[in-house]
Design a protein around this ligand. Structure first.
Ligand SMILES: NC(=O)c1ccc[n+]([C@@H]2O[C@H](COP(=O)([O-])OP(=O)(O)OC[C@H]3O[C@@H](n4cnc5c(N)ncnc54)[C@H](O)[C@@H]3O)[C@@H](O)[C@H]2O)c1
Length: 346
């Protein structure tokens, strides 16, 4: 029998979730959006119920699980309500806007024993999984670089602090670090584990929103990772010269790995790939795995977890740890000192 789903928030990202649920053979029972037109339009497209009150959607006993696709500041409240209504949750990133909210959600998920997945879908990119597979061949790690340069016009930055939630840190939780950097912080953890501490510098546009952040992470195994996230108006950046430069470079005693990911709206078009420089044979290899839409893979993994009643990944603890890294970067930047990264108490 197909899994029955509700979608909360019918904006940009919801369409990527819809694509995933369709591929997974799930039934979308109802959609909710505080904006009536958006809810109604998506429901027409899907031939399903709609409401402007997400609590009504949660009262529907046919619905087993929900996607939370609303602005970040609403995630905690809506996820807690969904768990209280006994729905499994796929929550968009970032999981919350504060570490306190993230800790509260960890507790709520643990109490509920329901399945909770957080929307760091880049883990499902085949090139990322290839990089993870190649990692042991690097030997002892010496250093790493994580770069996230995304396009942002001056006009975009000028609107910071206004009505658009994404550019208003009180609703989004931050600037480039949150919206662009968080995915790569998650991938960094996925590949090389949790950092111990960070020394960061943050740069704010007119004191409103961070548009450039740099951070040195001290890792558990004694190596350092340099991280930078920036919104730039440089349209030719990156391996594809389209203004999007997202990469992870890792250097070890036995080799070096470079991972290039894709523009987030083009997961089915742009080809992420990995380069591996091998010290043994002194040559290099380039891997171009089959292109797969990571949003579809993410949603399919969630639906499978629900069907099989097993934990999902990335989970609420992963959402917490990314929030902890974001929190530590902002704190270190504000105080101009090294800051320890908060850990989850198990
Ligand atoms: N995984 C990714 O790469 C990725 C990419 C884009 C966005 N996102 C995340 O997805 C989420 C939504 O982003 P978006 O780009 O779709 O934003 P959006 O502004 O396009 O859509 C958000 C929708 O939520 C609705 N909404 C606002 N308040 C609501 C409420 N109280 N109840 C119900 N609906 C409400 C809005 O009317 C709007 O339709 C954010 O968390 C964002 O960070 C993730």
């Amino acid at each position: 029998m197909s899994v029955r789903v509700g979608i909360i928030g019918c904006g940009g990202i919801s369409h990527f979730h819809v694509r995933g649920y369709k591929e997974a053979g799930a039934e979308i029972v109802c959609v909710a959006d505080s904006n009536k037109d958006r809810a109604r339009n998506l429901s027409r497209e899907l031939n399903c119920e709609w409401t402007t009150d997400y609590r009504k959607l949660l009262e529907n006993s046919r619905i087993e699980c929900v996607s939370i696709c609303t602005p970040n500041y609403l995630h905690r409240e809506q996820a807690e309500a969904a768990l209280a209504a006994e729905k499994h949750v796929l929550c968009e990133k970032t999981m919350t806007t504060t570490l306190e909210d993230a800790a509260a959600l960890v507790e709520a998920v643990r109490r509920s024993r329901l399945i909770f997945q957080v929307g760091y879908m880049k883990r499902f990119v085949p090139a990322v999984q290839k990089a993870k597979e190649l990692l042991p061949r690097l030997g002892k790690l010496l250093s790493g670089v994580v770069r996230v340069h995304h396009p942002m016009s001056r006009d975009g930055l000028e609107s910071a602090g206004g009505d658009f939630w994404l550019l208003n840190p009180s609703k989004g939780g931050g600037g480039v670090l949150v919206h662009s950097g968080s995915h790569m912080l998650d991938l960094m953890r996925f590949l090389v584990g949790d950092p111990v501490a960070v020394d960061a510098r943050t740069h704010f546009y007119k004191g409103i929103i961070d548009y450039y952040d740099t951070a040195y992470f001290q890792m558990t195994d004694g190596f350092t990772m340099f991280f930078e996230s920036g919104w730039l108006d440089l349209p030719n950046l990156g391996v594809r010269h389209n203004g999007w430069d997202e990469r992870i470079e890792l250097t070890g005693e036995d080799g070096r790995l470079e991972l290039f990911t894709m523009w987030w709206t083009r997961p089915d078009i742009e080809e992420p790939f990995v380069r591996f420089y091998c010290a043994d044979d002194r040559t290099f290899y380039e891997y171009h795995p089959e292109i797969k839409d990571c949003f579809v893979e993410e949603v399919k993994a969630f639906v499978d977890a629900v069907k099989e009643g097993r934990p999902a990944s990335p989970d609420v603890c992963d959402g917490f740890m990314v929030q902890a890294m974001i929190d530590a970067i902002y704190k270190s930047g504000a105080e101009g000192r090294r800051v320890e990264i908060e850990r989850l108490q198990l």
